[in-house]
Design a protein around this ligand. Sequence first.
Ligand code: PA5
Length: 357
Amino acid sequence: MNAVKDLNCTDEICKLDTTGMFEALKGLPVQCDRACWDLAGHVELPEIEAISNIVVTGLGGSAIGGDLLRVYTAGKMAVPVIVNRDYVLPGFVGPDTLVFAVSYSGNTEETLSAYEEARLRGASVVAVTTGGRLGELAARDGVPLIGVPGGISPRAATGFLFIPTLRVLQRLGLLPDNVDEISEMIDYMRTLQKELAPEVPAEENQAKQLAQKLFNRIPVIWGSSGTTEVVAQRWKGQINENAKAPAYWNVLPELNHNEIVGFQFPKELLKKLHVVILRDERDHPRVHKRIEITREVIRDVVDGCTEVWASGEGDLSRIFSLIYTGDYTSVYLAALYGIDPGPVKVIDYLKRELRDD
Ligand code: PA5
């Protein structure tokens, strides 16, 4: 495939995208709308007396929604959310745990293993999937199943995978109703979509500009504690999976206590790093101060440093403003590398090899 040299050649960019990643991105506001109103509203939920903790178990594109749930609910709910990306569940999981088993395909072996363990431990389980083995197990066990529409990549289904979990917590009375905030986020994403879409020229398109900066560089994405931490992880994953390129993420203030020391050697390689700092004016004031100092420390060491600021009113809008920008950036970066953003052949290969074992 040919690398796209000019991100204003919309046809060329879209030609590379054989699985409809751009369409899925464009459809994200509609997806969130459906996820809010159709997916979680009618599912019969378990009788839950007292929930002490919530675990979201999943991998990759199916796990990131769990992290969003974790950071979004952190200051709003008395019950903690823990994300599990493993075959086994943490020791505390028991009858007072609500477990969301999330797998877009329904066939991810780690998630299936954790699902079975949750059932054995007597936890209340809700399955979120398009079907697969997880769908079969949920039907067999009479476990509430949130049926997600298929046909897109798991990482393009963040709305379908995240918002229903939020709605379930509201329906269970664990979280205050926030439908207005979700609606505001959806409206805001519609506005952003018009700014980030392939038809918008690079001169006015922040995602295209970011992709140009990250091209032939190693992206290092930094968030700050709280919501941008998860978004940094999301950017990393999207660059890996869509652009098929390495990327690394970390979080402030923690990185001021270790990673920052490592910006001395090897000097030639450090010149290949481009640091993206995800910022929100609502971050802790001391973190803002840290960022200013940290930028100075790395100024002459790395290729460059770019800040991307959250925008929008509500917390969800602000999180998704950064996610949407990162998602588009990763797909434009794929175009610059001349690679189809959709297929993730190496993940498929690994799953096949493990299945045939
Ligand atoms: O984006 C992807 O394709 C992966 O990160 C998958 O989400 C991951 O492999 C887990 O698969 P699933 O989402 O089907 O459980």
